[in-house]
Design a protein around this ligand. Structure first.
Ligand SMILES: [Zn+2]
Ligand SMILES: [Zn+2]
Length: 64
C-alpha cells in the first residue's frame, strides 16, 4: 500500500515518485539501509559510510 503524502495526505499510486496533488517527493521506497545502518539511495553503488558494494543487476548493460 502506498504511503499517503506526508505533505497533503493525498494517496498516491504505487508507481508515483511525486505527489500528484502538491509535488512532494514520495521517496520512502528509494531509501535503502545498508547493513551498517547508513541510509543510502537506490542509485548508489557503494555505501558512503562503510564502502560496502551494492549489487546492481543492470550494470552488465554497458553499451560503450
Ligand atoms: Zn501531496
Ligand atoms: Zn554501510
Amino acid at each position: 500500500m502506498p504511503v499517503p503524502c506526508k505533505s497533503c495526505g493525498n494517496e498516491p499510486r504505487e508507481e508515483d515518485l511525486f505527489c500528484r496533488q502538491c509535488g512532494e517527493e514520495l521517496n520512502e521506497d528509494n531509501v535503502l539501509e545498508c547493513e551498517c545502518g547508513a541510509e543510502v539511495q537506490h542509485e548508489d553503488n557503494f555505501c558512503h559510510q562503510c564502502g560496502a558494494a551494492f549489487e546492481e543487476e543492470t550494470d552488465e548493460d554497458i553499451s560503450h
